[in-house]
Design a protein. Sequence first.
Length: 251
Amino acid sequence: MLGEAARAAGYRLIVRDEVGSTMEEARRALAQGDAGKLWIVARSQNAGRGRHGRQWGSPPGNLYASLLLVAPCEPALAPQLGFVAGLALHDAAMLVSGGLQGLKLKWPNDLLVGRAKVSGLLLEGESRAGRLDVVIGLGVNIASCPSDTPYPAAFLRQHVPHVAVEAVLAALSDAWLSRFEAWSRPGGFGPIRAAWLERAAFLGEEITIRLTEGPLSGRFAGLDASGRLELETGAGLRVIDAGDLYFGSPA
Protein backbone atom coordinates (compact mmCIF):
# COMPACT_ATOMS: atom_id res chain seq x y z
CA MET A 1 0.00 0.00 0.00
CA LEU A 2 1.13 3.55 -0.67
CA GLY A 3 1.84 5.91 2.19
CA GLU A 4 -1.03 7.90 3.66
CA ALA A 5 0.24 11.24 2.33
CA ALA A 6 0.74 9.84 -1.17
CA ARG A 7 -2.79 8.43 -1.25
CA ALA A 8 -4.23 11.70 0.01
CA ALA A 9 -2.41 13.53 -2.79
CA GLY A 10 -4.08 11.36 -5.43
CA TYR A 11 -1.34 8.83 -6.16
CA ARG A 12 -2.60 5.39 -7.15
CA LEU A 13 -1.13 1.88 -6.98
CA ILE A 14 -1.30 -1.18 -9.20
CA VAL A 15 0.33 -4.40 -7.93
CA ARG A 16 1.17 -7.32 -10.23
CA ASP A 17 2.51 -10.74 -9.34
CA GLU A 18 4.92 -10.88 -12.28
CA VAL A 19 5.56 -8.63 -15.26
CA GLY A 20 8.20 -8.21 -17.91
CA SER A 21 9.16 -4.91 -16.32
CA THR A 22 7.24 -2.31 -14.36
CA MET A 23 8.58 0.39 -16.70
CA GLU A 24 6.94 -1.29 -19.69
CA GLU A 25 3.73 -1.63 -17.68
CA ALA A 26 3.88 2.11 -16.98
CA ARG A 27 4.41 2.86 -20.67
CA ARG A 28 1.43 0.67 -21.50
CA ALA A 29 -0.71 2.59 -19.01
CA LEU A 30 0.46 5.85 -20.56
CA ALA A 31 -0.44 4.65 -24.06
CA GLN A 32 -3.92 3.80 -22.76
CA GLY A 33 -4.39 7.38 -21.55
CA ASP A 34 -3.55 7.10 -17.86
CA ALA A 35 -3.41 10.50 -16.15
CA GLY A 36 -0.24 9.73 -14.19
CA LYS A 37 0.61 9.81 -10.50
CA LEU A 38 0.54 6.04 -10.83
CA TRP A 39 2.81 3.58 -9.00
CA ILE A 40 3.14 0.14 -10.58
CA VAL A 41 4.73 -2.54 -8.40
CA ALA A 42 5.55 -6.15 -9.27
CA ARG A 43 6.51 -8.98 -6.95
CA SER A 44 8.93 -10.15 -9.64
CA GLN A 45 10.04 -9.19 -13.14
CA ASN A 46 11.26 -11.43 -15.92
CA ALA A 47 12.67 -8.68 -18.15
CA GLY A 48 13.81 -5.98 -15.74
CA ARG A 49 16.47 -3.61 -16.97
CA GLY A 50 18.78 -0.92 -15.71
CA ARG A 51 20.70 1.88 -17.37
CA HIS A 52 22.00 1.40 -20.92
CA GLY A 53 19.67 -1.59 -21.38
CA ARG A 54 21.47 -3.76 -18.83
CA GLN A 55 19.50 -6.71 -17.49
CA TRP A 56 18.29 -6.27 -13.91
CA GLY A 57 17.78 -9.48 -11.94
CA SER A 58 14.38 -9.45 -10.26
CA PRO A 59 13.73 -12.35 -7.86
CA PRO A 60 10.80 -12.18 -5.41
CA GLY A 61 11.33 -10.39 -2.11
CA ASN A 62 12.67 -7.08 -3.41
CA LEU A 63 10.83 -3.92 -4.46
CA TYR A 64 10.32 -3.39 -8.18
CA ALA A 65 8.37 -0.23 -8.87
CA SER A 66 7.79 2.39 -11.53
CA LEU A 67 6.18 5.78 -11.12
CA LEU A 68 4.34 7.29 -14.09
CA LEU A 69 4.21 11.07 -14.23
CA VAL A 70 2.30 12.88 -16.98
CA ALA A 71 3.84 16.24 -17.91
CA PRO A 72 5.38 16.77 -14.44
CA CYS A 73 7.56 19.72 -15.50
CA GLU A 74 9.16 21.59 -18.37
CA PRO A 75 11.10 19.06 -20.48
CA ALA A 76 14.44 20.78 -19.82
CA LEU A 77 14.00 20.21 -16.07
CA ALA A 78 13.13 16.51 -16.28
CA PRO A 79 16.68 15.22 -15.58
CA GLN A 80 16.47 16.85 -12.14
CA LEU A 81 13.74 14.35 -11.22
CA GLY A 82 16.47 11.74 -10.87
CA PHE A 83 17.91 13.68 -7.93
CA VAL A 84 14.42 14.08 -6.43
CA ALA A 85 13.85 10.32 -6.68
CA GLY A 86 17.32 9.57 -5.31
CA LEU A 87 16.64 11.66 -2.24
CA ALA A 88 13.29 9.93 -1.78
CA LEU A 89 15.05 6.56 -1.88
CA HIS A 90 17.52 7.75 0.75
CA ASP A 91 14.73 9.15 2.93
CA ALA A 92 12.78 5.90 2.72
CA ALA A 93 15.77 3.72 3.49
CA MET A 94 16.67 5.87 6.48
CA LEU A 95 13.11 5.63 7.79
CA VAL A 96 12.62 1.88 7.47
CA SER A 97 16.12 1.11 8.77
CA GLY A 98 15.92 3.40 11.80
CA GLY A 99 18.78 5.57 10.52
CA LEU A 100 21.16 3.03 9.02
CA GLN A 101 24.70 4.38 8.92
CA GLY A 102 26.53 4.50 5.61
CA LEU A 103 23.58 5.24 3.32
CA LYS A 104 24.89 7.40 0.47
CA LEU A 105 23.82 8.51 -2.99
CA LYS A 106 26.05 7.68 -5.94
CA TRP A 107 25.81 9.90 -9.00
CA PRO A 108 23.68 9.71 -10.97
CA ASN A 109 21.25 7.06 -9.81
CA ASP A 110 22.25 4.62 -7.05
CA LEU A 111 21.73 4.24 -3.31
CA LEU A 112 24.67 2.67 -1.46
CA VAL A 113 25.19 1.14 1.94
CA GLY A 114 28.86 1.74 2.54
CA ARG A 115 30.20 1.19 -0.96
CA ALA A 116 27.71 -1.48 -1.98
CA LYS A 117 24.69 -0.81 -4.18
CA VAL A 118 21.37 -1.47 -2.49
CA SER A 119 19.06 0.43 -4.84
CA GLY A 120 19.02 2.07 -8.22
CA LEU A 121 16.71 4.08 -10.41
CA LEU A 122 16.16 4.64 -14.09
CA LEU A 123 14.60 7.80 -15.52
CA GLU A 124 13.01 7.74 -18.98
CA GLY A 125 10.92 10.27 -20.85
CA GLU A 126 8.46 10.09 -23.71
CA SER A 127 7.62 13.16 -25.78
CA ARG A 128 4.20 13.60 -27.29
CA ALA A 129 2.10 16.56 -28.35
CA GLY A 130 4.64 19.07 -27.04
CA ARG A 131 4.86 17.57 -23.55
CA LEU A 132 7.26 15.20 -21.82
CA ASP A 133 5.90 12.32 -19.76
CA VAL A 134 8.27 10.57 -17.37
CA VAL A 135 8.62 7.06 -15.99
CA ILE A 136 10.90 6.52 -13.00
CA GLY A 137 11.87 2.92 -12.38
CA LEU A 138 13.11 2.04 -8.90
CA GLY A 139 14.53 -1.21 -7.62
CA VAL A 140 15.42 -1.81 -3.98
CA ASN A 141 17.32 -4.90 -2.83
CA ILE A 142 15.45 -5.95 0.31
CA ALA A 143 15.70 -9.75 0.64
CA SER A 144 18.57 -10.44 -1.77
CA CYS A 145 21.02 -8.90 -4.19
CA PRO A 146 22.73 -10.12 -7.37
CA SER A 147 26.18 -11.66 -7.10
CA ASP A 148 27.32 -11.27 -10.70
CA THR A 149 27.70 -7.50 -10.76
CA PRO A 150 30.77 -5.42 -11.69
CA TYR A 151 30.40 -3.58 -8.36
CA PRO A 152 29.67 -4.56 -4.74
CA ALA A 153 25.97 -5.10 -3.98
CA ALA A 154 23.99 -5.41 -0.75
CA PHE A 155 20.42 -5.82 0.49
CA LEU A 156 18.59 -4.17 3.35
CA ARG A 157 17.89 -7.29 5.42
CA GLN A 158 21.63 -7.73 5.88
CA HIS A 159 21.38 -4.65 8.09
CA VAL A 160 17.69 -4.56 9.09
CA PRO A 161 16.52 -8.21 9.23
CA HIS A 162 12.76 -7.68 9.39
CA VAL A 163 12.23 -4.84 6.90
CA ALA A 164 9.28 -5.52 4.57
CA VAL A 165 8.62 -4.58 0.96
CA GLU A 166 5.33 -2.96 1.99
CA ALA A 167 7.06 -0.68 4.49
CA VAL A 168 9.64 0.41 1.93
CA LEU A 169 6.94 1.22 -0.65
CA ALA A 170 4.88 3.24 1.83
CA ALA A 171 7.92 5.20 2.96
CA LEU A 172 9.15 5.72 -0.60
CA SER A 173 5.82 6.98 -1.94
CA ASP A 174 5.47 9.51 0.88
CA ALA A 175 9.12 10.58 0.60
CA TRP A 176 8.70 11.08 -3.16
CA LEU A 177 5.67 13.31 -2.56
CA SER A 178 7.54 15.45 -0.02
CA ARG A 179 10.67 15.84 -2.15
CA PHE A 180 8.72 16.43 -5.37
CA GLU A 181 6.59 19.13 -3.78
CA ALA A 182 9.74 20.86 -2.46
CA TRP A 183 11.39 20.65 -5.89
CA SER A 184 8.28 22.04 -7.60
CA ARG A 185 8.51 25.34 -5.73
CA PRO A 186 10.31 28.27 -7.44
CA GLY A 187 14.06 27.69 -7.17
CA GLY A 188 13.38 24.25 -5.73
CA PHE A 189 16.36 22.51 -7.30
CA GLY A 190 18.76 24.54 -5.16
CA PRO A 191 17.69 22.88 -1.89
CA ILE A 192 17.40 19.48 -3.62
CA ARG A 193 20.94 19.83 -4.97
CA ALA A 194 22.25 20.82 -1.53
CA ALA A 195 20.48 17.91 0.17
CA TRP A 196 21.79 15.49 -2.46
CA LEU A 197 25.37 16.69 -1.99
CA GLU A 198 25.06 16.21 1.78
CA ARG A 199 24.41 12.53 1.07
CA ALA A 200 26.81 12.13 -1.86
CA ALA A 201 29.19 9.17 -2.03
CA PHE A 202 32.80 9.85 -3.05
CA LEU A 203 32.50 13.64 -2.91
CA GLY A 204 36.05 15.04 -2.86
CA GLU A 205 37.52 11.64 -3.78
CA GLU A 206 39.28 10.42 -6.89
CA ILE A 207 36.77 8.71 -9.18
CA THR A 208 36.52 7.44 -12.72
CA ILE A 209 33.65 8.26 -15.06
CA ARG A 210 33.09 5.90 -17.96
CA LEU A 211 32.09 8.00 -20.96
CA THR A 212 31.29 6.96 -24.52
CA GLU A 213 34.77 8.11 -25.58
CA GLY A 214 36.47 6.23 -22.74
CA PRO A 215 37.18 6.52 -18.99
CA LEU A 216 37.99 9.88 -17.41
CA SER A 217 39.47 10.19 -13.93
CA GLY A 218 39.63 13.10 -11.52
CA ARG A 219 38.33 14.46 -8.23
CA PHE A 220 34.58 14.59 -7.68
CA ALA A 221 34.19 18.32 -6.97
CA GLY A 222 30.40 18.63 -6.82
CA LEU A 223 27.34 19.30 -8.96
CA ASP A 224 26.71 22.38 -11.06
CA ALA A 225 23.47 24.34 -10.89
CA SER A 226 21.69 21.92 -13.24
CA GLY A 227 22.95 18.69 -11.64
CA ARG A 228 25.88 17.89 -13.92
CA LEU A 229 28.87 16.30 -12.22
CA GLU A 230 31.93 18.53 -11.78
CA LEU A 231 35.20 16.63 -12.19
CA GLU A 232 38.57 18.21 -11.51
CA THR A 233 41.08 16.68 -13.90
CA GLY A 234 44.70 17.40 -14.77
CA ALA A 235 43.43 19.36 -17.75
CA GLY A 236 41.01 21.47 -15.71
CA LEU A 237 37.38 21.24 -14.62
CA ARG A 238 35.12 18.99 -16.70
CA VAL A 239 31.34 19.03 -16.44
CA ILE A 240 29.73 15.64 -17.10
CA ASP A 241 26.13 15.26 -18.27
CA ALA A 242 25.94 11.47 -18.14
CA GLY A 243 28.17 8.49 -17.47
CA ASP A 244 28.89 5.66 -15.05
CA LEU A 245 30.80 6.52 -11.89
CA TYR A 246 33.35 4.14 -10.42
CA PHE A 247 35.66 4.42 -7.45
CA GLY A 248 39.06 2.98 -8.20
CA SER A 249 39.53 1.45 -11.63
CA PRO A 250 36.45 1.09 -13.82
CA ALA A 251 35.15 -2.46 -14.27
